[in-house]
Unconditional design. Structure first.
Length: 189
């Protein structure tokens, strides 16, 4: 009987002292559904390191035949989409229409009355200036009627003879409202 109790006690002792890795570490698992750092909802561009972009080329690589005809282009629709979404993440904006051309960014928005007109214009223009290349002119307006004008301009073709005239009329109407900053060099620390 003593031998059986000794074996039973030894078995319980060995099983109790084994490392199960459940709580022996200081690290703990946060459930993915409540983990604020989980980016499963956000589309990841790269699985390696989505927080930085890095390339390393030599002159010989750029002088290859397939690279000589490579041109850098801007996807106007993606830029307009990005600008509008960033602006809407700020409190006080209800609706944002953004048009990106080859030289201008036009932003019309609906804002809450609690959001000051000048601050809203500053947020909208700073967003566009921070996203677009420095040579772009940025025009913003809280005139909700211009949302439809921008939408109609987006449907027309730049080759249409009335396009430039319509664009200029919209810009002139936008200038009647607070504009915020217009160029990157207007940004100050």
């Amino acid at each position: 009987m003593k031998q059986i109790l000794s074996i039973l006690f030894l078995t319980i002792f060995i099983v109790g002292c084994t490392n199960t890795d459940n709580s022996s570490s200081n690290d703990y698992q946060i459930p993915t559904d409540v983990n604020p750092n989980n980016e499963s909802n956000i589309e990841n561009m790269s699985n390696e390191n989505p927080k930085v972009g890095y390339v390393n080329y030599t002159r010989d690589q750029l002088n290859q035949e397939n690279e000589q005809n490579h041109a850098v282009t801007i996807d106007y629709s993606q830029m307009a989409d990005m600008i509008a979404k960033i602006i809407l993440k700020n409190e006080g904006f209800n609706r944002v229409a953004t048009l990106v051309t080859d030289q201008e960014v036009l932003i019309a928005y609906d804002r809450d009355d609690a959001l000051d007109r000048v601050i809203a214009a500053d947020i909208a223009s700073k967003t566009a200036v921070s996203v677009m290349p420095g040579f772009y002119d940025v025009y913003v307006s809280d005139n909700e009627m211009l949302i439809n004008d921008i939408q109609s301009l987006h449907r027309s073709s730049p080759s249409n003879r009335d396009y430039d005239n319509t664009l200029e009329q919209i810009i002139n109407r936008m200038k009647e409202t607070p504009q915020g900053i217009k160029h990157k060099e207007d940004l100050t620390d």
